[in-house]
Design a protein around this ligand. Structure first.
Ligand SMILES: Nc1ncnc2c1ncn2[C@@H]1O[C@H](COP(=O)(O)OP(=O)(O)OP(=O)(O)O)[C@@H](O)[C@H]1O
Length: 235
């Protein structure tokens, strides 16, 4: 059994089937790219793993347990939207995480905040979107969690900063844990993934070691992504 096991997972919103009989098994010690177009179900899957959504059919196990109090204690989750209060400054957010999570490394968080050149005393309401993303990433990456799940952590940052953030993620990732990152910025990010999951409208299209996938298809993940999800929008 992997650290994450998903068996025959189905999720509907109203009558709409969003995850269709999804099965996955993921082991620790890898950085996993969760890739797929807008609306294909990445955030829904992540929310189920993070224990935010519980009305689904099928089996989900994280470290052998169904999502709940235990799994929340070992899963560090970066949601797509900010959950920090507007008045919070980085120092407040660090104190909050420190109170809330036993596995939170305050020194590491302050170090990441400094490396991102954020002002520890600036309220989040005065930060740009990219600055808020850096702050949240510093907090989430500073938990010594077995499972790290990042939902679109790079959406608001420019390409040069993306690269710096990826390096920061690689430096701070604990090798015994698993990191899952949802993104559609495949070209920018694929260098850090050892494993990729390609999701297409609720169905698993492809899952495997990135080196094996590239070798088998003779293409980069980005090229595969563009081919599989090519759409006919004309401007
Ligand atoms: N709370 C909700 N109520 C109804 N439908 C929802 C809800 N949340 C998501 N959906 C629908 O479920 C589908 C999958 O959404 P989801 O957010 O999981 O996709 P995604 O792959 O994360 O997309 P994106 O890359 O744009 O963030 C979409 O069709 C979306 O409209």
């Amino acid at each position: 059994m992997g650290i994450i096991d998903v068996q025959n997972l189905n999720k509907t919103y109203a009558n709409k089937l969003v995850l269709n009989n999804l099965s996955l098994s993921l082991g620790s010690g890898q950085i996993v790219g969760l890739l797929g177009p807008n609306g294909c179900g990445k955030s829904t899957l992540i929310k189920i793993l993070a224990g935010v959504i519980s009305d689904y059919d099928g089996n989900v196990f994280i470290d052998g347990q169904t999502p709940g109090i235990y799994t929340k204690s070992i899963v560090s989750y970066l949601p797509e939207k900010t959950y920090l209060s507007k008045w919070m400054r980085p120092v407040d957010a660090v104190a909050y995480f420190s109170d809330f999570y036993a596995d939170f490394d305050k020194v590491k968080a302050m170090d990441m905040i400094q490396q991102f050149r954020l002002d520890p005393m600036q309220p989040t309401k005065n930060m740009s979107k990219g600055m808020q993303e850096k702050l949240q990433l510093s907090l989430v990456m500073s938990r010594r969690s077995k499972v790290l799940i990042l939902d679109e952590p790079l959406g608001g940052v420019d390409p040069a900063t993306r690269s710096a953030i990826l390096d920061m993620i690689l430096r701070n990732y604990l090798e015994e844990s698993i990191l899952i990152m949802a993104t559609h910025l495949v070209q920018d990010v694929e260098r850090i993934f050892n494993y990729a999951i390609l999701l297409g409208y609720g169905e698993l299209i492809l899952a495997g070691e990135t080196d094996d996938i590239r070798r088998e298809y003779g293409k980069s993940l980005d090229e595969i992504f563009r081919e599989v999800f090519a759409c006919s929008i004309s401007l």
